[in-house]
Design a protein around this ligand. Structure first.
Ligand code: F6P
Length: 324
């Protein structure tokens, strides 16, 4: 392997830039070339490439987003699109790929690897932390800190007005952000897709809270929760059934994906980038590099895609006890 391509794809996440930097500099360290591919697989299809050396990634370790831009390419889902992308890689003498992203990104890489026997290595980057084979994805720790900081602020106003706030956080299919940020921010209840609390129990819990002397409450709701009502409908439902509650809603949205990465995410990105490049140089392919028991470890891409990243059920119990 003499030249490696690196791209970011899917939803961006803090720490992606630190991972790009790590890939580029590990290539330079081993005297091989590196090219950046813009806009994920779409840029690969269009040949949107740029040579990158150690100086092209100066001062990005601390930057949110991704300097390579990101996209979700529909064209890459077609054999024709992948054929074009492969041809561009061959024309530019790119021998292997490091892809930084989530589930969809890895699915694309796996298909590409199978079709062209092309060496690929994945780095998990998504704030949702919903990837099997790693305890942490890039951006997750930063997003948790962002969410906790914002909920702390919401708590100030909730408590001043004796209000209940439903705070919706990201996590299309996974409750990691809601559960951990919820505990960190001292939420009274946490609604996640993996464990449907049910509307009745939500009301009971809120009643209990009031009766125990709490004047304000925070309920953290994962956007993918299965209670059957969105946060605005939950507000109406609670106001109808518990008129003593004055309810407000706050949807945190994409602010959770931005911002300077935490130290944890920067270190993780640096470690995973080194491992991804060095694994390719050792002749390995079709793996994801991740963190397991605080050690960098490889998981076959197929498993990373199919496996489920479970939430820690003990955290639900901890949350229950904490809201006593
Ligand atoms: O990055 C993951 C995620 O934040 C999900 O939690 C969310 O549902 C989704 O991305 C939204 O992304 P977009 O607005 O880019 O489609």
């Amino acid at each position: 392997i003499k030249k490696i391509g690196v791209l970011t794809s899917g939803g961006d996440a803090p720490g992606m830039n630190a991972a790009i930097r790590s890939v580029v500099r590990t290539c330079a360290y081993h005297n091989i070339e590196c090219i950046g591919i813009y806009r994920g697989y779409q840029g690969m299809i269009e040949g949107d490439f740029k040579e990158m050396g150690p100086r092209s990634v100066n001062n990005i370790v601390n930057k949110g987003g991704t300097i390579l831009k990101s996209a979700r390419s529909k064209e890459f889902m077609t054999a024709e699109g992948r054929q074009k992308a492969h041809q561009h890689l061959i024309n530019s003498n790119v021998d292997a790929l490091v892809v930084i992203g989530g589930d969809g990104t890895f699915t694309g890489a796996e298909i590409f690897n199978n079709e062209f026997d092309y060496p690929v290595m994945g780095i998990p980057g998504t704030i949702d932390n919903d990837i099997f084979g790693t305890s942490h994805t890039l951006g997750y720790d930063t997003a948790l800190n962002t969410v906790v900081e914002v909920i702390d602020k919401i708590r100030d106003t909730a408590s001043s007005h004796n209000r209940l706030f439903f705070v919706e956080v990201m996590g299309r299919d996974a409750g990691h952000i809601a559960l951990n940020a919820g505990i960190g921010a001292g939420a009274e209840e946490i609604l996640i897709p993996e464990d449907n609390l049910g509307l009745e129990r939500l009301l009971e819990s809120l009643q209990k809270s009031k009766a125990s002397g709490k004047s304000s409450s925070i309920v953290v709701v994962s956007e993918g929760d299965k209670i059957g009502k969105n946060v605005f409908e939950l507000k109406d439902y609670v106001e109808e059934n518990l008129p003593e509650y004055d309810v407000r809603v706050s949807v945190l949205g994409h602010m959770q994906r931005g911002g300077s990465p935490s130290c944890f995410d920067r270190v993780l990105a640096s470690r995973l980038g080194v491992k991804a490049v060095e694994s390719l140089l050792e002749g390995k392919s079709n793996f994801m590099v991740g963190l397991l028991s605080d050690k960098v470890a490889l998981t076959p891409l197929e498993q990373a895609i199919k496996g489920k990243s479970e939430i820690d059920k003990e955290l639900l119990r901890v949350s229950d006890i904490m809201s006593t």
